[in-house]
Design a protein around this ligand. Sequence first.
Ligand SMILES: NC(=O)c1ccc[n+]([C@@H]2O[C@H](COP(=O)([O-])OP(=O)(O)OC[C@H]3O[C@@H](n4cnc5c(N)ncnc54)[C@H](OP(=O)(O)O)[C@@H]3O)[C@@H](O)[C@H]2O)c1
Length: 240
Amino acid sequence: MGQNIKGKVAYVTGAGRGIGKATVLELAREGVDIGLIARTESTLNEVAEEVRSYGVQASVAAVDISDLEAVDQAVEQLKKEIGPADILINNAGIGSKGTLLESDPDEWKRTFEVNVFGVYHVTRAVLPHMVEKDRGDIINISSSNGLKATAGSSSYSGSKFALQGMTEALMQEVRPNNIRVQTLNPSLVATELAFGDQLEESNADKFMQPEDMAEYMVSLLKLNQRIFIKQSLQWATNPF
Ligand SMILES: NC(=O)c1ccc[n+]([C@@H]2O[C@H](COP(=O)([O-])OP(=O)(O)OC[C@H]3O[C@@H](n4cnc5c(N)ncnc54)[C@H](OP(=O)(O)O)[C@@H]3O)[C@@H](O)[C@H]2O)c1
């Protein structure tokens, strides 16, 4: 039997567009209150308005997840406004292309600061409340590049492989606290990250849509809490 997620609180990073936006709207339809995190406040406010139209609460924290102290403050703010998170979707991430030698060192480093340290910062701020409650769900959005690297993706793949390792370790650490931790590893999804400003003109409709990811995540969250907690590590990774 599945579980009802209505009335839960979810924090979603990268909630301003793409997969994050689709996910907060899908969660709102299910009656989940949402803490929206990303850097651009105006975009987050627009999405928050849409979220509220489903009759749930929405709270916005405009923050760069690569900044540890700012993340701590943002999570404190969300906690005060809508309560501690039952669900955390670590979705915010950036793409980066180029061979190792061609890559700009600052961009290479930045990819890790957002895709790895960003997830670490948000998770360490949110996790204590889940441990206190002895319950929780964390979904980290990795990538197919986090399982199999391709030429020209050393920083992106490297960061997603790191996220994979971090997730598998955390999954085992918090399993006794009934906290499920998973990664999802999609390949191409029709968003700005993958298609840039060509999203409208390209044949993006042939690829997975952000709404497909959102629907899948909600179906995972609705699975009985025992599932994954008692299963082997292989369940931590969900291949697309
Ligand atoms: N699209 C794909 O093909 C694909 C495939 C596999 C995996 N993924 C992964 O899926 C996740 C979402 O990707 P997407 O395609 O939906 O990307 P997207 O459309 O570019 O959206 C990224 C979101 O993250 C936010 N963000 C970026 N940097 C941030 C930072 N430093 N601090 C806080 N928020 C930040 C952005 O808002 P602001 O710019 O306002 O901060 C935006 O809301 C990423 O982790 C990505 O690696 C995507």
